[in-house]
Design a protein around this ligand. Structure first.
Ligand code: PGA
Length: 242
């Protein structure tokens, strides 16, 4: 099996004490896997979590960043700042930010361009809102708008996270075979449109220790993005273990 990327999105959960505790216990209880593990804590916990993982192959990601390097943008954090402290990944375009903070594809595009310039790897979230409205063309439009002006040599640093919005936090995931087909369609779209083969595509939405292996075993699914189940150490260890 190819190396897969397993990303934990803690969202606005876990205080600093809880984040530190989880990170230390993850190292204690975790045996090496061949997969890439990326933990995305809340921004105020990133620095401490990074220090704990410094001698391991576990990476740290941010859940968001701004589109400019610095300036009068009260409350924001830049990709430059994240990269300086050792953050490797940033999640952009998550549906919760689209919903609660009105992020548009245009805003997400600016954030992606700035993150790539600052050497962060981008986890771009896209996915249909409802189960009925599952027209793949709307996913392609989102990808096109979010990746506008991205240079071809940056596509290696982009992971497209296919997350059907209706599956996030609902306890109902898409079935792995269909998720595999959508990931394949996304790869083909990117190949035709940008002449870039095998862009990394991962699945997210109501993953748990019971269903995650079925997704990781799919040939076109390069990894998974785990929300709720990544908050529980035992569940997360089961998910990342072979
Ligand atoms: P969930 O969240 O695993 O709790 O459904 C996934 C996500 O929002 O990335």
């Amino acid at each position: 099996m190819n190396k897969k990327t397993i990303i934990a999105n803690w969202k606005m959960n876990k205080s600093l004490a809880k984040s530190i505790n989880f990170a230390k216990n993850l190292i204690k209880n975790y045996y090496e896997t061949d997969n890439n593990i990326v933990i995305c804590p809340s921004s105020i916990c990133i620095h401490d979590v990074l220090k704990i993982f410094s001698d391991t192959n576990i990476s740290v990601g941010a859940q968001n960043c701004f589109w400019a390097d610095r300036g009068a943008y009260t409350g924001e954090i830049s990709a430059e700042m994240l990269h300086e402290i050792g953050v490797e990944y940033v999640i952009l375009g998550h549906s919760e930010r689209r919903t609660y903070l009105s992020e548009t594809n245009e805003i997400i595009n600016k954030k992606i361009l700035n993150s790539l310039e600052n050497n962060l790897k981008v986890i771009l979230c896209i996915g249909e809102k409802t189960r009925q409205n599952n027209n793949i063309n709307s996913i392609f439009t989102d990808i096109e708008e979010c990746l506008k002006s991205v240079p071809k040599n940056s596509f290696n640093d982009i992971i497209v996270a296919y997350e059907p919005v209706w599956a996030i936090g609902s306890g109902v995931s898409l079935d792995p075979e269909n998720a595999n087909i959508i990931c394949e369609n996304i790869q083909e779209f990117v190949e035709n449109k940008y002449d870039f083969c095998n862009i990394k595509t991962i699945y997210g939405g109501s993953l748990n220790p019971e269903n995650s292996k079925n997704f990781l075993n799919q040939p076109k699914i390069d990894g998974i993005l785990v929300g709720n189940a990544s908050l529980d150490l035992n569940k997360f260890i089961k998910i990342i273990s072979k």
